[in-house]
Design a protein around this ligand. Structure first.
Ligand code: ATP
Length: 362
């Protein structure tokens, strides 16, 4: 267990900044995720923590030990990669024992530790199997056992589930989380999958084009996104342009482009949002907060159905609202066969309205 402290880390390739000013503190025993779309700098950040590449500027500390340019084998880390990276010519047991052998642990202790590590990932007794004799999910669990057997202070996982099919992905995800809790090991996890990040993490760092967008617990980034990118990436929010009409006490009234008036609470806003009359703001709505009115009169929005799909648990709609798309998800709802092209009225409860900074400020 160790804290990982990144101090103003930048990584440049020529004129291009793959990571700019990464500045965060991961606490001992925390499950911390680097999340963002392809190319945002997640792997580059993880590789600097592992010691496979060094920052252009800034410093990295494990507790109070500076490790910025320390070799990977001196950092006390275990790492699991996307492609398992097992040695195909070695048995499962030999694969797991690898790090212990390098550390010159004697044979009897090695065997004991390997057996324990395989037990932990529910592969007890698999020592003599060959890599090609086990499934992808099992191979990834072997990779996890191999990383954990050396009892590292920090576990680094780079998209460990992306080569697995959906069911195995869920099972292996739970397995990783269970082990992390049990061992209480500082874990840094890289993924581009927001649902995966939400499910396993204590905190998530969201990145875009090398820059930090937001750092917070899953419920913070979901319910209180700080900008449009985070809102759309994490919560699949619809973002609509609007202008502030008035503020009375806690109640803010805005107008959408087609003149539709909606009301929300002043407190439900991202940093930097100002509610002066005439200001451009953006209204961010999560699909599950767009509801059928069922007699309610507040915050009604008229739209036209562009698309709808039934998923069993819910129905997902895409509506056209004055030329802007709006996503809506209704649970326990089966769409009408002829719904597409029809007009529909939906509503958004006042307390579910969320405001982001407008694109253009006057
Ligand atoms: P993915 O999810 O696709 O793995 P990522 O978020 O992990 O993406 P990185 O691999 O960290 O992204 O890459 C960040 C950016 O840095 C990308 O634009 C990539 O092309 C660039 N990059 C990474 N390594 C190098 C390198 N050695 N030389 C030049 N550019 C690089």
């Amino acid at each position: 267990m160790a804290d990982v402290i990144m101090k103003h880390i930048r990584k440049s390739y020529g004129n291009f900044d793959a990571v700019e000013d990464a500045d965060f503190h991961i606490h001992s025993g925390e499950f911390f995720t680097l999340l963002g779309p392809s190319g945002c700098g997640k792997t580059t950040t993880l590789r600097m923590i592992a010691g496979f590449s060094f920052p252009t500027s800034g410093k990295i500390f494990f507790d109070d030990r500076e490790v910025t340019t320390l070799a990977p084998n001196k950092r006390d880390i275990g790492m699991v990669f996307q492609n398992y990276a097992l040695f195909p010519h070695l048995t499962i047991g030999e694969n797991v024992a690898f790090g212990l052998k390098v550390r010159k642990v004697d044979k009897a202790l090695r065997q004991k530790k390997v057996a324990e590590a395989l037990e932990k990932v529910h592969l007890g007794g698999y020592e003599n199997r060959k890599v090609h004799e086990i499934s992808g999910g099992q191979q990834q669990r072997v990779a996890l056992a191999r990383a954990l057997v050396i009892e590292p202070a920090i576990l680094l996982l780079d998209e460990p589930l992306s080569n697995l099919d959906a069911k195995l992905r869920d099972d292996t995800r739970s397995e990783i989380k269970r082990l992390q809790r049990e061992l209480n090991i500082t874990t840094i996890y890289v993924t581009h999958d927001q649902a995966e990040a939400m499910a396993v993490s204590d905190r998530i760092l969201i990145m875009k084009s090398g820059a930090t967008q937001q750092l917070g617990a899953p419920c913070d980034v979901y319910y209180r996104p700080e900008n449009r990118f985070v809102a759309e990436f994490i919560g699949k929010y619809t973002v609509l342009d609007a202008i502030v009409e008035s503020v009375e006490g806690q109640l803010v009234t805005i107008a959408l482009k087609d003149g539709t008036r909606l009301q929300g609470l002043e407190e439900n806003r991202a940093p930097g949002v100002s509610f002066e009359k005439g200001r451009h703001v953006q209204v961010a709505l999560r699909p599950e907060c767009v509801e059928l009115p069922q007699g309610r009169k507040e915050n009604l929005i008229e739209g036209r159905v562009l698309h709808c799909e039934f998923t069993g648990m819910s129905a997902n709609y895409l509506l056209d609202v004055a030329g802007q798309p709006l996503k809506a998800t209704f649970v326990n709802h089966v769409p009408d066969a002829g719904a597409i092209g029809k007009s529909v009225t939906v509503c958004v409860p006042v307390k579910r309205m969320y405001f982001l900074k407008g694109d253009e400020q006057p």
